[in-house]
Ligand binder design. Structure first.
Ligand code: ARG
Length: 480
């Protein structure tokens, strides 16, 4: 019988049962549901609802159920959801004592707690994966800090940068992503249990004690908001969508660079596939799938926002649909981060082809304009002068290098032999003076700074790890 069954004369229509059933996907909350239940019953013991004898039996049974579910979680069925399954199972084992478990608790605040506990753990795991990918971006940045490559705007060859500079750009994105996850963690760190169905409880539940057992920093301030709030789910999916967007941008770059036309990289064999028909192919499937999966992830951002947008306070069953969305997104994200961490480490650059592309002199047009500025010409005039040189070159099918010094001087007396030194990619990046530019010696400093930020982020997340509760840690702590 369902948990609410006593008033019903008919059992649930079979199709409706299937329609409302969520055990298939929410069973992955079994561990956090047991952790939350453990904290709740310990609190009920503290306030005298559960006796010292009963709590011992309960704790033992919760631990046993945890051990058996760890083995058997794939095979459980028959209950409406994981919360029901756990309560029914404990009742089967220890009868009357288990009837006290749900005192002052509703599945509405229970599921809100479970999801927060679950996402706190996932946030920690994700933090480790992002730290790893950052580490790999930084080591690639270091490896290629002195290797020039063309940089693009509008996908047109623009100015020389370095391969390392590209990797540092991605490191900056993932540094921000991890900061974003930290902000989300802070909002997850609020304990909703004790909000009951929507209006709290007449019993003197000690919510602060529950929060302390579970390692939450705060207790929520409004019982209706507590059972209805899924902002943190939307936060999580937005955060994931943005990471996927970053990976998808990188994918696009990898796909372009691996084309015959660019040939800037050779795809590592373990990360590419052949064609069943065309023997010469090496396809960037990882990058293409990442780009494709990003659509699904962003789709789920729209999914959660649409679920939430018309809900009156407080709990509504619509909220059950948050879980398939966030679970799917997290699974895909963790896998994508693992794949990409190693993928980037294995990218091989085709230096000959990159060097050939850098021979296009027009990449140095901006350097030449700034050369004129350094010799006293106003920038607008310098821009115009170099524009005229470019036009002259185009009209006469010449490159900058092929112009004689006399031809240069026809455009401005400020030009001298020095100009030819500028037409060189190493020189171009070395000449950059601004912080954040591809200048290798400045980028060495940037890498130091980023390694420090990596260490700081690592430390911050280690502290979180100690706060995450486990069944054993809680049992040890209360020392029954
Ligand atoms: N399975 C539900 C969910 O995931 C929790 C149960 C609350 N159901 C209810 N009818 N109050 O949101």
């Amino acid at each position: 019988m369902a948990l609410w069954g006593s008033r019903w004369r008919k059992s649930l229509n079979k199709d409706v049962e299937e329609f409302t059933y969520s055990l298939d996907f929410d069973k992955r909350l079994f561990k956090v549901d047991l952790i939350g239940t453990l904290a709740h019953v310990l609190m009920l013991n503290k306030i005298g609802v559960i006796t010292n004898w009963e709590i011992k039996v309960l704790v033992e049974e919760i631990k046993k159920l945890y051990e058996s579910l760890k083995e058997d979680i794939d095979n459980i069925k028959d209950s409406e959801d994981i919360h029901t399954y756990i309560e029914e199972n404990l009742t089967k084992k220890i009868g009357d004592i288990a009837k006290k478990i749900h005192t002052g608790r509703s599945r509405n605040d229970q599921v809100a707690l479970d999801l927060r506990l679950y996402l706190r753990e996932e946030a920690y795991e994700l933090s480790q994966l992002i730290l790893k990918i950052r580490e790999n971006f930084l080591s690639m940045a270091e490896r290629y800090i002195d290797s020039p490559m063309p940089g693009y705007t509008h996908l047109q060859e623009a100015q020389p940068v370095s391969i390392g500079h590209y990797f540092l750009a991605y490191d900056s994105m993932f540094e921000r992503d991890l900061e974003r996850l930290w902000e989300i963690y802070k909002r997850l760190d609020v304990m909703p249990l004790g909000s009951g169905a929507l209006a709290g409880s007449n019993l003197p539940l000690d919510r602060y004690y529950v929060a302390e057992i579970l390692g939450f920093s705060e207790v929520s301030d409004n019982s209706m908001d507590s059972v209805a709030d899924r902002d943190f789910v939307a936060d999580f999916i937005y955060f994931s969508s943005l990471i996927f967007t970053h990976l998808s941008k990188l994918s696009e770059e990898i796909i372009l660079w691996s084309t015959q036309e660019f040939s800037f990289i050779r795809l590592p064999e373990e990360y590419s596939t052949g064609s069943s028909m065309m023997p010469h192919k090496r396809n960037p499937d990882v990058a293409e799938l990442t780009r494709g999966k990003t659509g699904k992830i962003i789709g789920n951002l729209v999914n959660i926002l649409t679920i939430l947008k018309a809900l009156p306070l407080s709990y509504n069953r619509d909220l059950q649909e948050d879980k398939p969305a966030v679970f799917l997104v997290i699974d895909e994200l963790k896998l994508a981060l693992k794949v990409w961490s190693n993928f980037i480490l294995n990218l091989e650059f085709n230096m000959d082809k990159i060097e050939k592309t850098l021979r296009n002199d027009f990449l140095y047009a901006t350097d030449i304009a700034e050369y004129l500025v350094l010799r006293g010409m106003p920038f607008r005039d310098a821009h115009k002068t170099v524009g005229e040189v470019v036009k002259y070159c185009e009209d006469n099918s010449k490159s900058f290098k092929e112009l004689s010094i006399e031809e240069w001087k026809n455009f401005s007396p400020l030009f001298d032999e020095e100009i030819f030194k500028l037409l060189n990619p190493e020189e171009s990046i070395k000449s950059k003076k601004t912080w954040g530019s591809p200048n290798p010696s400045l980028n060495r400093e940037v890498i130091k700074k980023k390694r420090q930020s990596l260490r700081d982020q690592k430390l911050k997340w280690e502290l979180i790890k100690d706060k995450l509760p486990s069944i054993d840690k809680i049992i040890e702590r209360v020392n029954l």
